[in-house]
Design a binder for this molecule. Structure first.
Ligand code: SAJ
Length: 401
């Protein structure tokens, strides 16, 4: 059985590696020649605990080989990015071009799966595209949508153990995809239609976004009311049916800060709450930057000099090096704009260097600064001792009890 994975990114590569590790002959395809080269030397091009060891093994055993172009296979899995355009409309052009590149290889009996996050109806549109170009394949190939739901940083475990939802363009397609995923997934597999599976992925991330927005809104209310939001949430969560998430400096990453727009752009009138949650989470990052700026201004008026400011964290969530859609990065750039005289110490323990910012060691920055703003709750920051001779802006609960 041969499978071709189109796209060797944060999800495509781990899935290809795990499939190869379960005896499937895998051809990994990427348009970036650097990625093809690095995979063929057994390396991964981003950090993900435990993945490189397996990648090295499956490349050495010959089960995984990377190419610049698709290879004739029995199964094709499309795992390419779906970004959004300026107006927050989803851009499915990479999915479409992936479908076009596999068209010449498709033959009767093949399975084609889309894993990329997609607006509702995309799989059906891709089916129309395939059958209009190759009418002889109508009802002769299987086409399904199967979203991933792994948490970056825990991908290897979750790819194998998470439950999966598979939506077919028809029942047989869902069944065919189920038998493919059963080769390497230990979690339960639930079958449905393609539209429901597409919406399910968007719903999962929109749900988390809405819940985080609730926590972020609470944090802004509590700041005004003089209440410790961390204590408040802990106490409220003692209720058997209340489970509030944690506030932070905003919501980032390439999933939760993006996917809800795939619903709001298509259903703008109906998705009031989902749209508002996006606004609140974006506003939280702006609110943090304003808070730092006003604290700097007060310091200057009081002390007659510019403060030394430590901005702690750049990544989009704790303990990772990923800076995509990071609210911390947004806050740093916003605060530094127009403050050429001020002394900023930028800290990110998970990366060695940054192309724009000079990075400072977290202990050194903490000890030197007059104002310390915690933007990400990295584990290193939690080892620091609270000092009351500094102004501490703890946006993400580093010092919460
Ligand atoms: N965040 C908070 N408060 C919280 C939890 C998270 O502010 O209580 C923030 C984080 O700091 C970060 C953002 O939300 O900026 C997103 O982080 P995350 O850990 O919630 O999620 P991601 O983006 O790393 O991964 C999500 C996951 N989705 C859900 O939990 C519903 C993951 O399972 C998905 O596979 C992934 O999106 C994806 O690829 O769609």
């Amino acid at each position: 059985m041969k499978t071709c994975f189109i796209g060797l990114g944060y999800i495509g590569l781990p899935t290809a590696v795990i499939a190869a590790n379960n005896g499937i002959e895998v051809a990994g395809v990427d348009i970036n020649p650097e990625i093809v080269k690095s995979v063929n030397s057994g390396k991964i091009h981003f950090s993900e605990p435990g993945l490189e060891e397996i990648c090295r093994d499956v490349v050495a055993s010959g089960n995984l080989k990377a190419y610049a172009e698709p290879q004739t296979s029995d199964t094709y899995v499309i795992v390419v990015p779906t970004p959004f355009k300026e107006n927050h409309e989803p851009d499915v052009s990479y999915v479409k071009s992936a479908v076009i590149t596999i068209l010449p290889y498709l033959k009767e009996g093949d399975l084609c799966v889309i894993e990329s996050t997609c607006p509702v109806g995309t799989t059906e549109k891709m089916a129309e595209l395939i059958f209009s170009e190759k009418p002889a394949l109508k009802d002769k190939i299987y086409l399904s949508y199967c979203p991933e739901r792994v948490l970056p940083g825990n991908t290897v475990y979750e790819l194998i153990h998470n439950d999966r939802v598979i939506g077919g363009i028809n029942k047989k397609s869902a069944e065919k995809a189920e038998s493919f995923y059963k080769l390497f997934v230990k979690g339960d597999i639930y079958k449905t239609n393609a539209r429901t599976a597409e919406m399910c992925k968007l719903t999962e991330n929109a749900s988390r976004d809405v819940q985080i927005a609730f926590a972020n809104e609470l944090s802004i209310i509590c700041e005004k009311a003089g209440i410790n939001v961390w204590e408040l949430i802990e106490l409220a969560n003692k209720h058997p049916r209340v489970n509030i998430l944690q506030p932070g400096s905003g919501v980032g990453g390439h999933c939760i800060a993006v996917d809800p727009y795939f619903i709001t752009s298509e259903f703008p009138i109906e998705s009031q709450l989902i749209g508002k949650a996006r606004e609140i989470n974006n506003y939280k990052a702006f609110w943090c930057s304003e808070k730092i700026l006003s604290t700097m201004k007060d310091f200057n008026l009081r002390e007659g000099r510019e403060p030394v400011v430590a901005l702690m964290g750049l990544s989009f969530k704790p303990n990772i090096e990923d800076l995509r859609e990071s609210p911390a990065k947004y806050i740093v750039s916003k605060v530094m704009q127009g403050h050429n005289n001020a002394d900023f110490l930028i800290v990110e323990p998970n990366i060695k260097e940054h192309k724009v910012y000079k990075l400072t060691n977290y202990k050194e920055a903490y000890n030197t600064a007059d104002i310390v703003a915690f933007l990400v709750a990295h584990k290193e920051f939690k080892t620091l001792k609270f000092k009351d001779d500094k102004i501490i802006l703890d946006f993400c609960g580093v010092f919460k009890k």
